[in-house]
Write a protein that binds this ligand. Structure first.
Ligand code: 1PR
Length: 589
């Protein structure tokens, strides 16, 4: 049994004197006034302390989920590690926790609002000042600081000096910062012992910066344009900007070391060589119901997913949950599910797809994206569902990002016509509530050759390989409904507009290349990845490991996605990564 010293502390944030609190292992001084970052004095204030024997329920962890978004992944990871979860319902539950995890989700201002109104903010401050075992994740780290510029300035809990600011998207650094990056460990913090030189998964647009005022807190930094704070630790109080629950086995070990300090084993020897943001390799599962009614992973040739046989059945390449689990083991950096008939079937009626997400997220600890059918919908009974409700259900079922196809095309067309941001499109609504890092726009363009650059009103490019009639130019026409209908908008125009409307990432397919195995459409990927400041995922056409190095060397793509070669087991994810590493392209191993 652990012995916990608890401190009864007088009110928070009213005087400018700093005070101290006792933790299990140390006395920590904190600035008492949350808004005075200039405080330098560290003279300890008298505390009334009482010894208590705590942590009788060793396998229970208290989770602070204030209902703003998806914390399913954190729950799944905790359960996977063999711990039970007790949810915080009242501020008292925080004060009584033996071990508290706070996976902050959503926007800074709304989180602070909820915490303040419910009395949780005060309880959190008391809990943390008492040095009780705490792990904040992502926004759960940022909220500990004095304030944030996100839709602000907005005051935070004020426990750590510093302001949370937005990444600067100049200097070629794409915002949001999405992907697997390296840590520079500043001080021994047992929960990071297995991270070593491995990559961990980040997804955020705001970050806290290290300074003289907060250096006692900083346990690691990460470089993305600037050095920002990747984790903090003082005594039992930990917080991480990255997502341990999405960082594969390394991330699970961070959680394990926090949850079970008594079993912290020896530091594992460092094997990785992480130094910067890695290029991502993504496995994509196109999912649909086949003619027998089973949900299967399928794969098309230029979006045609039917076998060319007498039966003309839907090609069946396996079961979604099994394949996703396999790709996780193979070290895919993300897994995407595209519900390819979502445009005609209402996804909330498509419960098997939600089940797929629920089951996958129980054992797959890398980011999961789901797309297909995200739009407003009125069912047969006249019940209206907003796209936000559809997306929320996907998030609740375990998705980390949702991907919008057809509906984003309609929204972009409308915006180009009216020049008015209504805030009502699915893209805007979901991005406003969940943040743009949670919204991918999937583009399904088809190459259209033209003779000259001015033959169409859309952006054309000089193609590397001329068209069938010797055409030297092409534009990329967006399609909807799984490539069935061409629209009067180009991929370039769409990409620019959806970035403005709140997309955090672009999944760039190409119908011409899909399933062909002849390589990515480098012309298209270069065009789009040079046009926007958000990350672009190159998709369609991978047939060999060399196609991955080609796309990363010749374009600014942040990730490359493939389907057919992985499903048919022609090229395993690991071989792609080994090849990229050999070519000097940093990947997560
Ligand atoms: O329009 O919001 O309902 O979303 C539908 C989603 O389903 C879109 O993301 C769209 O790309 C996808 N989709 C629709 N029909 C198909 C089809 O194949 N008939 N799949 C489809 C698109 C494209 C890729 C594929 C790569 C890599 N799949 O993601 O996985 O091309 O394949 P490869 O490596 O084998 O070449 P909405």
């Amino acid at each position: 049994m652990e012995t916990v010293a608890c401190a009864s502390v007088t009110s928070f944030a009213t005087t400018s004197l700093p005070f101290s609190f006792l933790s299990q292992s140390s006395i920590i001084n904190l600035p008492q006034n949350c808004h005075k970052s200039t405080l330098k004095s560290r003279s300890p204030r008298k505390l009334v302390t009482c010894a208590s024997s705590g942590s009788s329920s060793g396998s229970v962890v208290t989770l602070l989920d204030y209902g703003a978004g998806n914390v399913r992944s954190v729950r799944n990871a905790i359960r996977y590690l063999g711990f039970e979860i007790e949810d915080v319902r009242t501020p008292k539950d925080i004060l009584n926790a033996d071990r508290l995890i706070f996976p902050g989700v959503g926007a800074f201002a709304s989180a602070m609002d909820v915490l303040t109104k419910t009395g949780m903010a005060e309880a959190l401050c008391t809990y943390i000042k008492n040095g009780r075992p705490f792990l904040g994740i992502c926004l759960g780290l940022q909220l500990l600081f004095e304030s944030s510029e996100e839709n602000g300035p907005v005051n935070g809990l004020g426990l750590i000096p510093g302001v949370v600011g937005r990444f600067n998207s100049s200097n070629d650094f794409r915002v949001p910062h999405i992907g697997w990056n390296a840590l520079q460990v500043a001080k021994d913090s047992e929960i990071l012992d297995d991270v070593g030189d491995h990559h961990v998964y980040f997804v955020h647009s705001y970050r806290a910066m290290p300074s003289d005022d907060n250096k006692e807190w900083v346990s690691s930094t990460c470089n993305y344009g600037d050095d920002f704070i990747a984790s903090i630790q003082r005594g039992n109080v930990h917080a991480v900007q990255f997502h341990p629950e999405k960082s594969g086995d390394v991330g699970l070990s961070v959680l394990r070391r926090f949850l079970n300090p008594n079993s912290r084993g020896a530091k594992k020897p460092t094997q990785g060589k992480a130094s910067k943001l890695a290029k991502r390799v993504i496995a994509c599962l196109d999912v649909r119901t086949n003619d027998k009614g089973d949900l299967v992973v399928t794969k098309g040739d230029q979006y045609d997913v039917r076998e060319h046989t007498k039966e003309n059945e839907v090609r069946n390449l396996g079961k979604p949950v099994e394949l996703a689990g396999q790709y996780y083991k193979d070290r895919a950096d993300e897994v995407s599910f595209l519900n390819i008939t979502g445009f005609r079937d209402f996804p909330l009626g498509d419960l098997p797809m939600l089940q797929v997400l629920r089951h996958t997220s129980e054992n797959v600890f890398v980011p999961l994206t789901v797309g297909g059918g995200i739009r407003d919908f009125t069912d047969a009974n006249g019940r209206y569902y907003s796209s936000l409700e559809v997306a929320s259900e996907y998030f609740r079922s375990g998705a980390d990002k949702i991907s919008i196809g057809s509906d984003a095309v309609y929204a972009a067309e409308e915006y180009i016509k009216t020049k008015v941001k209504t805030g009502k499109s699915s893209l805007e609504q979901i991005s406003n509530v969940y943040g743009n890092q949670a919204v991918v726009v999937s583009i399904d363009p088809r190459r259209v050759y033209v003779k000259g650059p001015n033959d169409v009103q859309f952006k054309t490019i000089r193609v590397t390989k001329p068209g069938p009639n010797g055409e030297e130019y092409a534009w990329y026409q967006c399609t909807v409904n799984g490539g069935r209908e061409g629209r009067p908008i180009g991929a370039y125009e769409l990409a620019k507009v959806v970035e403005e409307l709140g997309a955090g990432e672009i999944l760039l397919n190409c119908i011409d290349c899909d399933g062909q195995g002849k390589g990515f459409d480098i012309d298209l990927i270069k065009l789009i990845s040079d046009a926007v400041c958000i990350p672009v995922i190159a998709s369609s056409g991978a047939g060999a490991v060399e196609h991955f190095s080609e796309v990363f060397m010749k374009t600014n793509a942040s990730a490359a996605l493939a389907a057919g070669i992985f499903h048919r087991k022609e090229v395993p994810v690991q071989s792609v990564k080994a090849h990229l590493l050999k070519e000097g392209i940093e990947v997560r191993m």
